[in-house]
Design a protein around this ligand. Structure first.
Ligand SMILES: [Zn+2]
Length: 425
């Protein structure tokens, strides 16, 4: 778990934190440049030159990976005393973060790691703290000493502090503590009432139980305020004090919006898992989804963060969580499984010509998500039930049949559809 606390550093400690950020930034930029140069030196095609000049790096020179760069860092310390001002593990962690960003770019299609100016470098990590680092009113960091903090909530008993990240935000300095408890917590098993969710633009989320939840007005109001301030930025001269002050104001508002949104995501998640034993959502790559045609309206929606928080809340409340195939959830009738054809975005009502089932588009989609989730659970559990544990399979059968009671899906029709054939077998 990660708990965040506000720090109240002295002026001297602030200077040390800023200096640490500065050194981390230099190390980051140097290491990134090294990686980029290595790649650049190898990418010129045989029949053409690069438009820019590239360093010539010998062909047998290995790629500057984490281990190589960490070793170089140790040597660089002998030449550059400023590197010694910062705790060595903090700098190693910076290199490790770069290494991870690099891997994410390659493996998961994330963006290219960026060079950082002093506004972009906002945090650094102590991979471990010393012995007994916590007092009621202060926390001890290497090189910084005791820093006063507001312990807004106690650290849960038995948890061990694994690492500490110091973050600079518009409203001050914070520490994010990663807490770890060394026990195995079993993942929640499918049980109880199933609930499918459909995330969308009209409503933030629709549930298979028929409720539709709008995104809150206060976020919209804050968003509008932000736009206003950003527009004012144009009239300010670059580098002027006025511009700097306005930028500070914008940064504080940005933070307020993201704090408010996160808080609401937590509250909504807790609301959604109430009385449910299983939660199903569509498996959507939100990054590319939000970049798509609907980018402007969903820029502030934060679906990706919401799903992560929801998964976490489910885990904490022993609610089963699963993602299901997203394709065509709005084209299938959740009541009878009939294909109702493609709906354009302006069609807000689901009406099935086969069974006359009528509901709103988003609720229908969420019910289809629930159906898919249930059949996924059923097929997974039946295959495991076939091995040894018949009792597990039973509970799911009861769940699926229990749907009859909700009235939204008929038992006969369920057995008739393709997805439940596995059930019958
Ligand atoms: Zn139907």
């Amino acid at each position: 778990m990660t708990y965040e606390y506000k720090l109240q550093p002295t002026t001297e400690q602030i200077a040390t934190i800023e200096q640490t950020l500065d050194v981390c930034r230099l190390v980051w930029n140097f290491a990134l440049r090294q990686r980029k140069d290595w790649c650049g030196s190898r990418k010129s095609p045989v029949n053409a030159c690069s438009i820019h000049s590239e360093y010539i790096i010998s062909a047998d020179e290995p790629f500057p990976n984490y281990h190589k760069q960490a070793k170089q860092l140790t040597e660089a310390k002998k030449i550059y005393p400023s590197l010694k001002l910062v705790h060595s593990q903090v700098l190693q962690q910076t290199l490790r973060t770069l290494d991870r960003a690099w891997d994410d770019m390659k493996a998961r299609g994330f963006g290219f790691p960026r060079f950082k100016n002093k506004y972009r470098m906002r945090s650094f990590v102590f991979p471990q703290l010393g012995k007994d680092p916590i007092r009621n009113d202060a926390i001890k960091f290497p090189k910084l000493g005791w820093v006063r903090w507001r312990q807004s909530r106690p650290i849960p008993e038995g948890f061990e502090i694994k690492q500490a990240r110091i973050v600079r935000k518009a409203s001050g300095y914070f520490v994010a503590l990663s807490l770890q408890l060394n026990i195995d917590v079993p993942n929640p098993l499918p049980h109880g009432h199933p609930r499918g969710l459909d995330l969308g633009f009209d409503f933030f989320v629709a549930t298979s139980d028929g409720s539709e939840i709008k995104r809150p007005r206060f976020l919209k109001i804050l968003q509008r305020k932000l736009k206003l301030l950003q527009r004012r930025l144009k009239n300010k001269q670059k580098g002027s004090n006025n511009r700097h002050a306005l930028n500070q104001k914008i940064a504080r508002l940005h933070q307020r919006i993201s704090d408010t949104r996160k808080d609401w995501h937590f509250k909504l998640s807790h609301h959604l898992v109430k009385d449910a034993g299983m939660i199903f959502v569509e498996d959507i790559n939100f990054v590319s989804w939000q970049r798509g045609i609907l980018s402007s309206s969903s820029a502030d929606a934060g679906f990706g963060q919401f799903v992560n928080i929801l998964e976490w809340v489910c885990w904490k409340t022993d609610t089963y969580f699963a993602k299901v195939d997203k394709d065509g959830t709005s084209q299938i009738c959740p009541n009878c499984g009939a294909h109702t054809g493609k709906k354009t975005l302006d069609v807000r009502i689901h009406h099935c010509h086969e069974c006359q089932y009528t509901t709103t588009r988003d609720v229908a989609a969420s019910q289809e998500v629930r159906n898919r989730g249930l059949s996924k659970v059923a097929s997974a559990e039946f295959s495991s039930a076939a091995c040894d544990d018949r009792a597990l399979g039973h509970s799911v059968l009861e769940n699926v049949c229990g749907l009859v009671a909700t009235g939204s899906i008929g038992h006969d029709t369920l057995v008739g559809t393709g997805r439940s054939r596995k059930l019958a077998s």
